[in-house]
Design a protein. Structure first.
Length: 316
């Protein structure tokens, strides 16, 4: 099979029929063998009924329905697990991503040698204040932190080799950082293509300003995981050692000062009246806690089990 198209969605009943027809047209024009996997992420409208109707009409249509809304990352994880195509295309269901981009994305992966190709919505139809400016800031921070030089990390239109999606773990809200996850997994040939961004035709966006706050928090998480995810003791142990040495040095200073006063028969202040006592006490406690955090992290890494992150109620 040439292509698997993975489409997560939430309450997109108005756009599904049109999106399906558009995809079928593009696939037929290019003689692609394909499957379309719709992942209904807990829709409360008629989306799942429409997916069932499409699957009855077209054997290339498959569906996964979550019991409730688990988020885009979980939907992509389920879609990636089910996908069988040589190249996996991800796109949104709101018609803002154009299926006409699929053939060139496919060729860039199969003939261009890329492991992953990310879309770049260079010209956007979103609100400048609500989305464009925060998005530019977010992408700049992601480039500087990750070392992946993409202009648009959050574009839903991407193409992957099958081996890439089978070897990355998309959890939490990490769908924004799939290129970074791919790079950390050893898939360094990451390309970018300017894609058409269309104005939303139906409904409203499911994402608010909170996604940018969450995005920056996730960026810190993925920075930590990429550097210390397999060796947390290297970070917490180093910080713990520094804090403990500061505390030990402070305690040593207090002790030497006390001995000097005693040797000179001078009246020395009580140790508990010396501010360095509290500095020593606090930093040594913090240092010990950091060491314990590192040990606990190492233990968790070695004993953790795979947890169930979502529940599927139906599949097609």
């Amino acid at each position: 099979m040439n292509i698997s198209i993975v489409i997560p969605l939430l309450n997109e009943e108005e756009s599904l029929q049109e999106l399906h027809q558009w995809i079928v047209k593009v696939m037929a024009e290019n003689n692609f063998s394909y499957e379309v996997i719709f992942i209904d992420d807990g829709s409360t409208d008629n989306s799942w009924n429409i997916i069932e109707q499409l699957a009855a009409q077209n054997p290339n249509i498959k569906g996964i329905r979550f019991q409730k809304n688990y988020g885009k990352s979980q939907a992509l994880h389920a879609g990636f697990a089910k996908a069988q195509g040589d190249v996996i295309i991800t796109m949104d269901a709101d018609l803002q991503d154009s299926p006409d981009e699929i053939p060139e994305l496919y060729n860039m992966v199969t003939s261009g040698g890329f492991d992953l190709v990310s879309g770049w919505k260079k010209k956007r139809y979103d609100s400048v204040v609500a989305k464009n400016l925060p998005s530019k800031l977010f992408n700049w921070a992601a480039r500087k932190t990750s070392g992946v030089t993409l202009n648009d990390f959050n574009c839903g239109l991407k193409a992957y080799k099958n081996i890439v999606v089978k070897n990355i773990e998309v959890s939490g809200e990490m769908h924004r950082y799939i290129p970074v996850l791919a790079k950390n997994a050893g898939f360094a040939k990451i390309g970018e293509k300017v894609v058409i961004h269309q104005a939303r035709k139906y409904g409203t966006s499911k994402f608010g300003m909170s996604r940018f706050v969450n995005g920056f928090l996730d960026l810190i998480t993925i920075w930590f995981l990429s550097r210390f995810g397999k060796r947390p003791m290297h970070l917490f142990g180093a910080l713990g050692a520094v804090m403990f040495m500061i505390g030990f040095g402070s305690a040593l200073y207090i002790g030497i000062a006390k001995l000097i006063h005693l040797a000179k028969n001078e009246k020395a202040i009580l140790i508990t009246d010396n501010p360095w006592f509290y500095i020593a006490l606090a930093t040594m406690i913090i240092g010990t806690q950091l060491f314990l955090a590192g040990f606990l992290g190492e233990i968790i890494l070695r004993t953790k089990n795979n947890e169930e992150r979502y529940k599927i109620s139906k599949t097609l």
